[in-house]
Design a protein around this ligand. Structure first.
Ligand code: UDX
Length: 455
């Protein structure tokens, strides 16, 4: 991407401190830095990104008032509410100081805008207090932007419980989503979820624009609907990891040895299994079923078991007895993989995913078909689109070894799977085209840069 001179408007970016949110925010920072904007990342101390990986950015730690232990042990919604309560003052004071320094030094630079993750709504309040423009960055897809407020209305009206629904009926006004595809939260703090959705999508938000890490070709009609209803511009500039390749933002150390294991496997022969992303967890019973399902299907697999994702245990403590001997060289297990490189590897022919949005677009951008086993939230929406709209995935309905064996074989060996792989390659080309000169995301990023300059 060529560099352009947009003057010296510094952009303050405020990520939500979880992997699936930090990565796209840092990628957005890199994309806007290429457009000439100096970038400051205002981050919590818990789960902070590593400044050494981003020498072009400056970093502003926020006093989050959370101990790393609390942060790990508490649920997502609890952390989210605390961060929003605790970080506001810290951000406001830090920015006031920055503004003062800019004035004193008569710097040829000023804060142009605050861009915050949709969950970091305190940042928008700070922007309003300081009379700075603000932009919301949504790390989910566009369909989730429509589904979340709808879910909140339905639960408030008593039509569905917030704990979830098993109904396969279509939700009026939200095709192709059924009630059971709605983005129900983790059940640990439902009240927290309601507060967050109300805050995140409520009419009290005063942002100047919304940015989405999605692509027109995947969600054209949903984006059209959002643009018709929104009072501010919506920019779809994804997939950001393709727009800004090489940004390293991992919070967990990658086990790169799996790449040399992949080098020894035939074309399209490996199923890559990463079923819980960076937040969700699995029970030991589920791990046992996955293990025997994989062993029994006799397909080569690369399996990520994130530390702590199964009762806080490590993988060597959770795998069933006899499993390692049963699979031998057919299986490679790691704690964290270099996922984008794995998905780009020619040996990988399928991806079993929890359907986090980053994983979904990373898979589609590499033309890899999926087995969808969503855990919570937007992952359900993504799984529905992957399987029923984009036609590149099979849904795993039950965590039972026989079902796992059957679905892996369907994807990896059957004609049905081959067709999905071909369709996935077509999507890959369309997505690539969106990020090249004249493509929708390429143009949208330029429009966003011009828009920020005009604020
Ligand atoms: C969460 C929600 O689940 C997701 O739906 C939302 O859109 C963002 O926040 P997460 O569970 O972390 O995300 O999933 P996902 O969005 O897929 O992000 C995970 C990231 O971790 C991906 O960028 C993926 O490449 C990376 N990853 C995952 C690795 O680098 N290595 C791994 O072994 C596993």
């Amino acid at each position: 991407m060529e560099e352009e001179n947009s003057g010296r408007l510094r952009l303050v970016l405020v990520p939500f401190p979880y992997q699936g949110h930090i990565s796209p925010m840092l990628q957005l920072g890199a994309a806007l830095h290429c457009k000439g904007f100096p970038i400051t990342i205002a981050h919590t101390i818990c789960n902070s990104p590593n400044p050494q990986n981003h020498p072009d950015f400056s970093f502003l730690p926020l006093q989050d008032g959370l101990s790393p232990r609390d942060f790990k042990s508490r649920g997502l919604s609890d952390n989210l509410l605390s961060i929003n309560d605790n970080c506001k003052e810290s951000l406001q004071q830090s920015l006031l100081q920055l503004i003062k320094e800019e004035k004193e030094m008569q710097a040829n630079e000023m804060i142009g805008c605050i861009i915050s993750d949709e969950h970091m709504y305190f940042a928008e309040d700070v922007a309003n207090n300081l009379k700075l423009p603000s932009i919301i960055f949504r790390t989910t897809n566009a369909a989730t932007s429509l589904a979340r407020p709808c879910l909140l209305k339905l639960t408030e009206g008593g039509q569905v419980p917030l704990q979830g629904s098993v109904s396969h009926e279509l939700v009026p006004g939200l095709p192709p989503l059924r009630y059971n595809d709605l983005p129900f939260p983790l059940t640990e703090n439902l009240r927290g979820f309601a507060v967050v959705v109300a805050k995140t999508y409520g009419s009290s938000r005063k942002c100047s624009a919304v940015v989405l890490n999605t692509i027109n070709c995947l969600e054209q009609s949903t984006l059209d609907q959002i643009r018709q209803e929104a009072r501010v511009p919506t920019f779809a500039i994804g997939p950001l990891h393709i727009m800004t390749p090489g940004i390293s933002s991992g919070l967990i150390k990658e086990e790169r040895s799996c790449l040399s294991w992949l080098d020894k496997q035939p074309l399209n022969s490996v199923i890559y299994v990463s079923g819980s992303g960076s937040i969700a967890s699995l029970s030991d019973k589920e791990v046992t079923e996955i293990a025997w399902g994989l062993a029994n299907c006799k397909q080569a697999f690369l399996w990520v078991i994130r530390p702590g994702s199964v009762h806080g245990l490590d993988w060597n403590e959770v795998l069933p007895k006899g499993f390692r001997d049963a699979v031998g060289d057919k299986g490679c297990i790691v704690r964290w993989a270099p996922q984008k490189e794995v998905l780009a590897h020619p040996a990988v022919g399928g991806f079993w995913s929890h359907c986090g949005w980053n994983s979904t677009i990373e898979s589609m951008a590499e033309g890899v078909p999926m087995i969808c086993r969503p855990c919570f939230g937007d992952q359900r929406v993504n799984a529905r689109y992957v399987s029923h709209v984009w036609g590149v995935g099979l849904v795993l309905e039950e965590m039972k070894r026989e079902e796992i064996e059957r679905v892996v074989r369907r994807l990896m060996l059957d004609d049905e799977g081959k067709e999905m792989r071909e369709r996935a390659k077509e999507w890959k080309h369309k997505i690539e085209a969106s990020t090249r000169k004249g493509g929708s995301s390429y143009d949208s990023l330029n429009e966003l840069a011009n828009f920020i300059t005009s604020l």
